[in-house]
Design a protein. Structure first.
Length: 356
């Protein structure tokens, strides 16, 4: 019996149960070799079979897991490994924080017709890609649809028979014992979308009641009736189903946002923006540079100290010596000229005083 802390395959540690599928408990596990978190599910094997038939059933389950591992799509859970472990076979898958669509519908009620149509487009595209690759899902139902916390949608149990689809989502031909086909996937998707928008399966929980006419499906009702036709040959293909669902949402600003995604709060324009708590740690606010012409940077004036006084006279150069000699000759000439002028003036004055 598996329990928390058990090691499976020598590398996968079972940490805690995170859900329950048709095959049993789904575990959150840790890959000790690649150091990553994974989801692990013990695949369904019939009990009480003779040894030879038990080995045959085990081989079939392993092959289903290998087939699922070959398929990759953005709306499908990726299968990493198929691991036989004693009498069991484990499916190792990518872990996506999510909740099952069945759980959501039980807790929160129905989707709108437009939301259900958009959800159907996302699931239908993944299923159409499977059918092109030659893979049949076999068990499309709310329990195999995951609503991811990041707003995405994921299909799980791709190509895994397990205990079979729930009766409410099983196509009539599959209920009669015929093998599942792409047409039976169309029926199962139609029943899943019907339940999403109406709140109950179209033919009751046992899948054997009379068809309940849709009451709240609105524009989705016509597409659902075609998908739920009793004869598989009269149902549309999955690609045609996607196109018809796209016509329902065309021109509408409607998208399926799983309620597990965090809600975006709306603030009225008149509501003042609350101030930040001064005791709370301040978060840096990113600043985006604006395109402006470069501005000259202001440089504060520097304070200059007075130049130191000269402690010695610089040595005279040849040019300065010549200039000094020329200046001295000029002064002598001026003195001589001044003396001559003064002598003449004295002579003239003396003549006027004594000779007149």
């Amino acid at each position: 019996m598996s329990s928390e802390g058990s090691i499976v395959g020598g590398r996968y540690r079972l940490d805690q149960p995170i859900g329950r599928g048709r095959a049993g408990i789904v575990w959150l596990a840790f890959d000790t070799r690649l150091l990553r978190t994974v989801a692990m599910k013990r695949m369904y094997l019939p009990v009480g079979l003779p040894p030879d038939r038990a080995e045959q059933a085990k081989a079939v389950v392993v092959q289903e897991g290998k087939t699922a591992a070959k398929f990759e799509h953005a709306t499908a859970i990726k299968v990493y490994d198929v691991l036989p472990e004693g009498p069991d076979v484990w499916l190792v898958m990518e872990y996506i924080p999510s909740r099952g669509m069945a759980t959501f519908l039980a807790e929160h009620g129905r989707l709108t017709a437009e939301q259900a149509a958009t959800l159907g487009i996302m699931l239908g595209r993944a299923l159409a890609a499977m059918h092109e690759a030659g893979v049949v899902h076999r068990t499309v139902e709310p329990g195999t649809v995951l609503l991811a916390d990041d707003g995405g949608v994921k299909l799980t149990d791709i190509g895994i028979t397990g205990g079979g689809a729930s009766p409410a989502y099983r196509a009539p031909e599959v209920a009669r014992g015929e093998p599942a086909t792409s047409a039976s996937d169309v029926f199962s998707l139609g029943a899943t979308l019907y339940t999403a928008v109406e709140g109950v399966p179209p033919f009751g929980e046992d899948g054997e009641s009379s068809e309940r006419p849709p009451q709240t499906a609105g524009p989705l009702a016509g597409a659902l009736r075609k998908m739920l036709r009793a004869e598989p040959d009269s149902r549309p293909t999955m690609a045609d189903t996607v196109r018809s669902l796209g016509a329902i949402t065309e021109g509408r600003q409607t998208a399926f946002i799983p309620p597990t995604a965090p809600a975006m709060p709306t603030v009225p324009a008149s509501m003042p923006i609350p101030t930040q708590n001064p005791q709370a740690p301040q978060q840096p606010v990113p600043q985006f540079p604006q395109h402006q012409p470069p501005q000259p940077q202001y440089q504060p004036p520097q304070q200059f100290a007075p130049p130191p006084q000269q402690q010695y006279a610089p040595a005279p150069t040849a040019t300065s010596a010549a200039a000094s000699a020329k200046s001295a000759d000029t002064r002598k000439w001026l003195i001589t000229a001044g003396a001559v002028v003064a002598a003449i003036l004295i002579g003239v004055l003396f003549a006027e005083l004594f000779l007149v």
